[in-house]
Design a protein around this ligand. Sequence first.
Ligand code: PBG
Length: 335
Amino acid sequence: MITPAAHFPMSRPRRLRQAEWMRRLVSENTLTAADLIWPIFICEGQDVEEPVESMPGVSRMSIDRAVIAANEAANLEIPAIALFPNTPDALKTPDCAEAFNPDNLVNRATRAIKQNVPDIGIMLDVALDPYNSDGHDGLVREGVVLNDETLFVLEKQALSHAEAGADILGPSDMMDGRVGMIRQALEQNEYQNVAIMAYSAKYASAFYGPFRDAVGATGALKGDKATYQLNPANSDEAVRMAMRDIAEGADMVMVKPGMPYLDLCQRVANETGAPTYAYQVSGEYAMIEAAAQNGWIDRDKAIMEALLAFKRAGCSGILTYHALEIAKKLAEPIL
Ligand code: PBG
């Protein structure tokens, strides 16, 4: 006979973990398609899909293909997509004039998607790196990334994107004063409803490598971005940046990269109270895919676990290259 002994646990948390239905019942966080923003890469041409070598499973798409992809995303109830251009090298110049060309790649893609898939949100980056022969996010003079001169170009870029139909602008350049400048330009030009998701806590990170490959900026970048992106050693500074961007008119804020900066996801979400998004960047994507290709991790479980972590940290959503695949999975019946 087993006698109850003092050392038998009085509390048995395992009771709530005993079956899948029970675990679902007590789950504190969930991931849904509504949490996802899907970044896609746009290239010139017709009917083109070129694989990005450093991001297995991701391709650059010509505009016609991007329209089809956007439609698929909308059908899966993904709220928004983010478009990034692979600008032909010939159009990259020191003055970055292509950034505000009304007919540049992302502006044309935005118009085409808006026309064919009106119910999906479109987010466009505001930063000069896809258009800069130096590969930097701002204008460069004698090796220095110029702040205030860059703001005037960003303003023109922002207005050209709003004019093309962008719903959300994502200033990712990290120049001081850019959110206020863009907010004011939008207000003065009757684009009051264009939202700003500020890349507020954007770190000078090694995890952007594959993205630079995808947008064709790998060879171009001279030096690094440490004079404008945040130092990975800092935490309070990221919170200050988010507060500043909100004060300047940002509607939403972002932490980037994602997983190595989960502490900031939590702090920024808690301390600002603003909708906070994580950008699970290209290097994070590549790490999961590379490990999975080697058979070192269970790919599908790792993807879900990483995305759920952002929800647990307090994020309102995640920019992830896995968005389409995950939305498909979430649409399947669970049992
Ligand atoms: C451009 C920009 C970058 C990313 C998004 N916007 C690269 C950079 O700052 O060098 C990176 C996204 C990713 O790695 O997935 N300002």
